[in-house]
Design a protein. Structure first.
Length: 497
């Protein structure tokens, strides 16, 4: 038997004891699964534009992104659900030609009683106390001051120069995202003692006309080959999503053979069920998950970050466990009238490449089914091979497990054809040796609940030397991924006494 020393020479004459280490069978570590938040910072923020940076805490992130920026909102929403996962940001700056979204609130009065104004801006409350007898102009002045004094709001406020009872709102960041900033009053209604002060009324002109988003080209190229499993993108315009699709491309992007850093992108979109399904179907991409919603005060970028964080916590613990019935915190659910029925969720959204959610008795959002936007194959036929998001994360887990085994055991070995007579521990492997190790790994993964049908896998596994390259091994890996229990159907065949 030959012991495969790699460093101790065989011609030593100096006594006595020498030892070297071999860690090829000791690696049990798991790869870090990072999150990446892509969003706009403010000019006051200290993050370097277009350069990925690690972000350890919400407070540091707010300061570095600029309070009230889109990126700061994403950081808060993500960390609320994933407080310990490794989180990075990819800060963007407004395009030099960007147009900021604007809106307004116009008051009529005067007030006839003391009250608290229940104003919601992007899901955050601004609650100035309004005295009795205040005119509409006085209320406007009070509200504008309260908005500007509230840290973290994505807008600034100013009383209109021509109409004293009107408050003009301007998005802090330029571009289309500002159009998604929701402005409303008394969202939670009488059940939460929210009502306009007596005598006061207000009309809202929604945020609109934000235009020209940042270009992602430079920012995405700066990611290089750093793995990011959970990517949250605040931008959902055609150009930005085309850049994300290219980033995650199977042939030339992060999922390609030459990159193998993978990643999955989460986005959210405000609109009707039909509009969202049409949007997602157009994407038709297995590496993007779209969370649709309508009539929620919380902006889309915070929806995306919160759902991504909730998914990340579960995937890190076990990528095979279905993501259903996970609570998504601190995102305001749409009012009852704006929620989608089971039929709409099933027929329009889930068959249209959109994920779905429900609302529990406490008003919390709950994930129902996280799917990808992939709905049809290249021939235009319905294809459910990449339907569930868990499939993608399981594929990554299995490939990384195989890569860890191969690089630990076979990084410096000789390759011989099957049947070659070599001594044990001679640092020579054959296709049959590799095949046995792959089967052993697969059975280990089966025991952990990630794959199944090991006998079927072993029967279909092919490991062979390449016909033209004597130094290459080709493997056909017929893995059967574990499934998820999603439907429990019961026919109650009852009997009367």
């Amino acid at each position: 038997m030959t012991i495969p020393f790699k460093n101790i020479p065989s011609n030593l004459r100096v006594p006595l004891f020498y030892a070297e280490l071999d860690n090829s069978k000791a690696n049990t570590s798991a790869q870090t699964q990072r999150a990446l938040l892509i969003g706009q910072k403010l000019s006051s923020g200290t993050f370097t534009a277009n350069v990925p940076s690690i972000c350890s805490s919400q407070s540091d992130g707010r300061t570095a992104a600029g309070p009230g920026s889109i990126l700061a909102g994403m950081i808060d929403a993500y960390r609320d659900r994933d407080p310990s996962g490794e989180m990075w940001v990819l800060p963007l700056v407004d395009d030099v030609t960007a147009v900021q979204a604007t809106g307004s609130i116009t008051f009529t009065g005067p007030t006839t009683a003391l009250g608290t104004l229940p104003l919601y801006i992007a899901g955050r409350t601004v609650s100035p106390i309004i005295a009795s007898g205040q005119t509409a102009a006085q209320v406007a002045t009070t509200v504008a001051a309260a908005i500007n004094a509230t840290s973290g709001l994505p807008v600034t406020a100013a009383v209109d120069g021509a109409v004293a009872s009107k408050v003009n709102l301007t998005a802090r960041n330029g571009g289309e995202c500002g159009n998604d900033i929701d402005i409303r009053f008394a969202f939670k209604g009488p059940a939460s003692q929210e009502a306009m002060p007596a005598g006061l009324a207000a009309s809202v002109a929604p945020m609109a006309n934000g235009a020209i988003n940042p270009v992602l080209t430079t920012a995405l190229s700066n990611l290089l080959d750093t793995p990011f499993d959970f990517i949250v993108c605040s931008l959902t315009d055609t150009v930005s999503l085309a850049a994300i699709v290219a980033l995650l491309n199977d042939a030339t992007g992060r999922w390609s053979w030459s990159s193998q850093v993978y990643g999955h992108c989460f986005i959210a979109k405000r609109g009707t069920a039909g509009a969202n399904a049409a949007f997602a179907t157009t994407l038709n991409n297995q590496h993007i998950t779209c969370i649709p919603f309508n009539d929620s005060p919380t902006p889309a970028w915070e929806w995306a970050a919160a759902f991504a964080a909730t998914s990340a916590v579960s995937v890190r613990a076990d990528p095979a466990v279905p993501l259903q019935y996970l609570t998504v915190p601190n995102v305001l659910a749409p009012p009852l009238a704006s929620r989608w029925s089971l039929t709409t969720r099933n027929n329009t959204l889930l068959y249209g490449g959109c994920s779905t959610w429900t609302v529990d008795a406490s008003g919390n959002l709950v994930i129902e089914n996280m799917v990808t936007t992939y709905v049809t194959n290249a021939a235009g036929q319905p294809d459910n091979s990449y339907l569930e998001i868990e499939t993608l994360f399981l594929i990554v887990f299995v490939l990384r497990s195989l890569s860890a085994m191969v690089t630990a055991k076979y990084s410096r070995v000789k390759l011989a054809a099957d049947g070659t007579r070599v001594r044990p521990n001679s640092n020579v492997v054959m296709p049959s040796t590799i095949r046995a190790d792959i089967i052993a790994l697969y059975r280990e993964l089966e025991g952990q609940g990630y794959v199944q049908k090991s006998a079927e896998f072993a029967a279909g596994l092919v490991v062979e030397k390449d016909a033209t390259n004597p130094n290459r091994v080709n493997v056909l890996l017929p893995a059967v991924l574990i499934g998820q229990l999603r439907t429990f159907a019961v026919l109650m065949q009852f009997r009367n006494a």
